[in-house]
Every structure is written in structure tokens, then in C-alpha cells.
Design a protein around this ligand. Structure first.
Ligand code: NAD
Length: 265
């Protein structure tokens, strides 16, 4: 990746950074000199290994906060943790997310509530807590890891698509509120990225559509992307680094598709 920014001394919270895109984005930010607060679920020993690994590889400070993204008070404490530990917060990357695939008539109510809480409401709670810190600094970057599903729908993903469209609405609203304070709020809308979240839905989609997992991969997942390729971590990282850099100062309230042309169709 050739895009770089000087983020030395900056502090970023990356929610859901114990796996997949969040973990990759934490490393992309650390590579630019940014201190990181890692968050997410998982085996404590593996999380500690990741935390120490990023710190050692990039020479930055990395701390872990285990806020559960379904719990507003824990999310607020995670944002306050940035202030307590580092005295500042420059980047908030709302990335934590889960998926569940089912026809709406069978969609479990607890799954709906969980997806809305983690994929949408957590971004509200974190942003609500982060904005006063960023306003006091006169600078900040809020990036919501949305999805192509913030722009278009797919069947059997009612909660996910509703949450991601909601994230884009939240993004635009916050952007208008913070615009005069040196803060931007944008949404990155990737197509399919090969992570555990996608691997896990192959089986469920196969069941919902009566297909084999191989058919789902070819005919559903990569069929959506004109490039017929997964979106790569480095490609999302390039966009993220641009958005959080000074060069990104006038990009505000945007839902930026990075989907190989999926949503152009
Ligand atoms: P992933 O399953 O690899 O990672 C999800 C992360 O969220 C993990 O770190 C997990 O621990 C964390 N998480 C889940 N529930 C949590 C909770 N209650 N509290 C705290 N953390 C929690 O998934 P991913 O594919 O890397 O997805 C990351 C984001 O990117 C999600 O918002 C997802 O919707 C979005 N996205 C993914 C794709 C894709 O194709 N993979 C495409 C577009 C958007």
C-alpha cells in the first residue's frame, strides 16, 4: 500500500478489532504511528498476543478494552478509557458487526435485536461519547465500517441491511453536526471481504437458498461483485488512511463504496 499519513501520537479506537477487517485496520493505523485501542470478543490469550504483536511490530502503544458492543455503558467507558489512558481520541472506527441470514418470517427476534445493537446502536453510543472529546481537540475522524448493504439490499439479510442503512443515516447526520469543529464522519461501504463473518454465512445462505456452499460462493457472493474478486484489506486500509489524514478533511458525510462496482449496477 502506498497511501500513508503521519499519525504519530494520534489515538484510535477500533471496535471489533480482534478479527477480520477491524484487526487489519488496527494494523493499518498502527503502521502510520497511531496508538490503538483494540476491542472485541475472543480468547484473552489470543487478544493479548495480538495487542502485544501490533505494539512490537509498529512501535506504538496498544491497549485493549473489552466493551461489549451491546452494552451502552461499556461503550461509553471504552471511549472514556481513551481519554484516561492517552488523554485524547483522534480516530473512532466503528467496525464491530455480526451477521445472520434467514427469511424474514423465520428471522429470530433475538438475532434482529443483536444485529441492530452491535451493527447500528453501538456506533451511536461510541460517537455520542467521542464527539465532545474531538470537539475539545478541534479535530477528529469518525469512520463507520458500513457495507455495500448500506446502499443496496440482498434478500434474507433484513436486520443487517436495515442496520447498515441506519449507519449511513447516522453518518450523514453526525457529519452535519460536527462539520464546523474539524471533525469528519464518513462510512466505508465495502463489498465482500473474505473474513470469518463471510465464511460463516456461506452455510446459512446455502440453507436459505437451497444451494451448495460452492454455489453460494460463486453464484451469490462473488456474483454480486463485477470484478469477481473479494475486496482486500489493503484496499480498505488505503481509503481509511486517506479519510483520517489531513487530505481527507473535506470528505464528510459520504458513503464510500469499495465494492468492485457492485452498487454501480
Ligand atoms: P469478523 O467476524 O471477522 O469480525 C467482527 C468483529 O466484531 C470481531 O472482532 C468480533 O469480536 C467483534 N464483535 C462482535 N460482536 C461484538 C460485541 N458484542 N462486542 C464487541 N465486539 C464484537 O467480521 P468482519 O467481516 O471483519 O466485519 C467487520 C465489519 O465489516 C462489520 O461491521 C461488517 O458488517 C463489515 N463488513 C464486512 C464485510 C465482509 O465481507 N466481511 C463486507 C462489508 C462490511
Amino acid at each position: 500500500m502506498t497511501i500513508s499519513a503521519d499519525l504519530k501520537g494520534h489515538v484510535a479506537i477500533v471496535t471489533g478489532s480482534t478479527s477480520g477487517i477491524g484487526q487489519a485496520m488496527a494494523k493499518q493505523l498502527a503502521k502510520q504511528g497511531c496508538n490503538i485501542i483494540v476491542n472485541g470478543l475472543g480468547d484473552p490469550a489470543k487478544i493479548e498476543e495480538e495487542r502485544a504483536g501490533i505494539a512490537a511490530e509498529f512501535g506504538v502503544e496498544v491497549k485493549y478494552h473489552g466493551a461489549d458492543m451491546t452494552k451502552p455503558e461499556e461503550i461509553a467507558d471504552m471511549v472514556d478509557f481513551a481519554k484516561r489512558e492517552f488523554g485524547r481520541l483522534d480516530v473512532l472506527l466503528n467496525n464491530a458487526g455480526v451477521q445472520f441470514v434467514s427469511p424474514i418470517e423465520d428471522f429470530p427476534i433475538d438475532k434482529w435485536n443483536q444485529i441492530i445493537a452491535i451493527n447500528l446502536s453501538s456506533a451511536f453510543h461510541a460517537t455520542r461519547a467521542a464527539v465532545p472529546i474531538m470537539k475539545a481537540q478541534g479535530r477528529g475522524r469518525i469512520v463507520n465500517l458500513a457495507s455495500a448493504h448500506a446502499l443496496v439490499a440482498s434478500p434474507f439479510k433484513s436486520a443487517y441491511v436495515a442496520a447498515k442503512h441506519g449507519v449511513l443515516g447516522l453518518t450523514k447526520t453526525v457529519a452535519l453536526e460536527v462539520a464546523e469543529h474539524g471533525i469528519t464522519c464518513n462510512a466505508i461501504c465495502p463489498g465482500y471481504v473474505r473474513t470469518p463473518l463471510v465464511e460463516a454465512q456461506i452455510g446459512d445462505t446455502a440453507k436459505a437458498r437451497g444451494m451448495t456452499p460452492e454455489q453460494v460462493m460463486k453464484e451469490v457472493i462473488l456474483a454480486a461483485q463485477p470484478t469477481k474478486k473479494f475486496v482486500e484489506f489493503d484496499e480498505i486500509g488505503g481509503l481509511l488512511i486517506y479519510l483520517v489524514s489531513d487530505a481527507g478533511a473535506s470528505v464528510n458525510g459520504a458513503g464510500l463504496a469499495i465494492d468492485g462496482g457492485w452498487t454501480a449496477a
